[in-house]
Design a protein around this ligand. Structure first.
Ligand code: IMP
Length: 415
C-alpha cells in the first residue's frame, strides 16, 4: 500500500483562502501538517456559521485529521496553546504533534521584529510583527531554541542564556511554563508522518502565505522569512519527494497583498475600496487593510512553474459580483517594452505598467450562488465559467475547485 502527501499552497501573496480549501481537501486525511511560518498566518474556516481562526495549527485539522507542526515552522507558544485548547473544547480526538526540530518564537523575536521595522523606517517591510524573521535568523545562526529542547531543562536554560548574550538583551522567558506548554506535544513528527504514508495513509501539507512571499523566489526583500513553495513541504515534514501526490495551488479570483512591496496589478481609488469592502480584505492576524488588485497572469505563471501545480482552486468568486467588467493583467510594460515574464521583470516590478485583458462581469447574488453550488460545475453562471475557462487555458492547469464566500459548504468541486 502506498500513501501520499498532497500539498496545498497559495500562488499569490497569501490570503488566498487556503484554510477553507485545506478544510475541504483534508476530509479523510490522516494528518494535516503546517509546514512553514508561524503565527503570521491566519487561516479561517467557517463551519455551520461558526468561525474558527488558526494562526499556528493547520486549519485542515478541524475535519478530524491529526494536526502536525513540522520542522520548518517557527512555533508561537501562545497561539499554539490557544488553538490546542480550542481543539480540546471541540472534542477533537487527535492530539497535536510538534516536530522536535521546530523552532520556537520567543518574546525577544517579536521585540527584534519591531526594532528592525523601526530602523528600516520608510523602507519597512510591513511584517506582522510576530517575530518571524528574527526567529528564522536565529535558526540559521544555529542559535535557535527548538521544540525538542524543552525535553532537557539544562539545555534549554543554556540556550536561553546564549540568546541573551547574542542579542545583548534580557531574554525574559519562563522556561518552566514553556516546558509545561510544549512537552506533551513534542515528538518525532518525521517518523510519524513517514509511517502514515508508508501504511497507505494520506497526509495534507498545508502551506502558509504565498509563493510570491517566498524568501528565495518571492519579491525579496518584501517577503516572509521562509520558503513557501511546495518543495518546502517535503523539506519541512521529512516526507520524501517520491511520496508527493497532488500539488494544489490556491488563487483568489483577484489579488491582495498586505504590507509593502511591488504589486503591478494593484487597484486603488474607489474601485479598490469597493473590492476591499466586498471581500472583507482586512488581515486575519493584524487587522490591516489589504491592498487589492486584479489577477496577475505573469506572476501566476511563474508561481505555477515553480511548483508544477497539478490543480488550482479559485476562491472568492462572489466578491466580484456586480462589477460590469473584470480584468486580468496579462503582460507588463516597462519603458515602452512589453513582457510576459515575471522572472525577467522581477527587479523592475515597482516600475511596470500592467496591460489588461477585460472580461464580462457577473451578478449572481447570494441565492444564485447557493443554487450554483447545489447544481455543480457545469451550471456555474456562464461569465464565471468563461473567466475560469480562460484562466485554466492561460495557466495550462486544471481548475478543480471553485469557492464562494467563507462558509465551508460553499464550494463546487469539479467532477
Ligand atoms: P512576516 O512574515 O511577519 O515577517 O511579514 C513579511 C511579509 O509577509 C509582510 O508583507 C506581511 O504582510 C506578509 N505576510 C506574512 N504572513 C502573511 C499572511 O499570512 N498573509 C499575507 N501576508 C502575510
Amino acid at each position: 500500500m502506498t500513501g501520499r502527501a498532497d500539498i496545498i499552497i497559495g500562488l499569490q501573496w497569501g490570503d488566498e483562502g487556503k484554510g477553507k480549501v485545506s478544510h475541504v481537501l483534508s476530509k479523510g486525511a490522516d494528518a494535516v501538517v503546517r509546514f512553514q511560518g508561524g503565527a503570521n498566518a491566519g487561516h479561517t474556516v467557517v463551519v455551520g456559521g461558526q468561525r474558527y481562526k488558526f494562526n499556528m495549527l493547520p486549519a485542515g485539522c478541524l475535519v478530524g485529521a491529526k494536526p502536525v507542526v513540522s520542522a520548518g515552522c517557527v512555533l508561537d507558544p501562545d497561539a499554539f496553546e490557544r488553538e490546542t485548547k480550542l481543539l480540546t473544547q471541540l472534542g477533537h480526538a487527535a492530539k497535536p504533534l510538534v516536530s522536535r526540530a521546530c523552532q520556537i518564537i520567543l518574546p525577544i523575536h517579536r521585540e527584534l521584529d519591531k526594532r528592525l521595522e523601526e530602523i528600516r523606517g520608510g523602507a519597512a517591510i510591513g511584517t506582522t510583527l510576530r517575530g518571524i524573521g528574527p526567529a528564522y535568523a536565529d535558526k540559521m545562526l544555529r542559535a535557535g531554541v527548538r521544540a525538542g529542547d524543552v525535553m532537557d531543562e539544562e539545555l534549554l536554560a543554556r540556550k536561553l542564556q546564549f540568546l541573551k548574550q547574542l542579542h545583548r538583551v534580557d531574554v525574559e522567558v519562563d522556561a518552566a511554563l514553556l516546558r509545561e506548554r510544549l512537552l506533551p506535544y513534542v515528538g518525532d513528527a518525521e517518523t510519524y508522518l513517514n509511517d502514515v504514508v508508508a501504511s497507505g495513509g494520506r497526509v495534507v501539507l498545508e502551506g502558509a502565505q504565498g509563493v510570491l512571499l517566498d524568501i528565495d523566489h518571492g519579491t525579496y526583500p518584501y517577503v516572509t522569512s521562509s520558503n513557501t513553495v511546495a518543495a518546502a513541504g517535503c523539506v519541512s515534514s521529512g516526507i520524501p519527494l517520491s511520496r508527493v501526490g497532488k500539488i494544489i495551488g490556491v488563487i483568489k479570483a483577484y489579488t491582495t497583498r498586505v504590507g509593502a512591496g511591488p504589486f503591478p496589478s494593484e487597484v486603488t481609488g474607489e474601485l479598490g475600496e469597493w473590492i476591499r469592502e466586498a471581500g472583507g480584505e482586512y488581515g486575519t492576524t493584524t487587522g490591516r487593510p489589504r491592498r487589492v488588485g486584479w489577477l496577475d497572469i505573469p506572476a501566476l505563471k511563474y508561481a505555477c512553474m515553480l511548483n508544477d501545480v497539478s490543480e488550482i482552486a479559485v476562491t472568492k468568486l462572489d466578491v466580484l459580483d456586480g462589477l460590469p467588467k473584470v480584468k486580468a493583467c496579462v503582460r507588463y510594460r516597462v519603458d515602452g517594452v512589453e513582457s510576459e515574464s515575471f522572472a525577467e521583470s522581477k527587479h523592475l516590478l515597482s516600475r511596470v505598467e500592467p496591460v489588461y485583458d477585460e472580461f464580462k462581469g457577473w451578478s449572481v447574488g447570494r441565492d444564485g450562488w447557493v443554487e450554483a453550488v447545489r447544481k455543480g460545475w457545469e451550471e456555474l453562471p456562464s461569465p464565471v465559467r468563461e473567466y475560469l475557462g480562460w484562466l485554466e487555458k492561460t495557466l495550462s492547469v486544471k481548475i478543480s475547485l471553485a469557492s464562494v464566500g467563507e462558509e465551508n459548504s460553499m464550494v463546487v468541486v469539479r467532477g
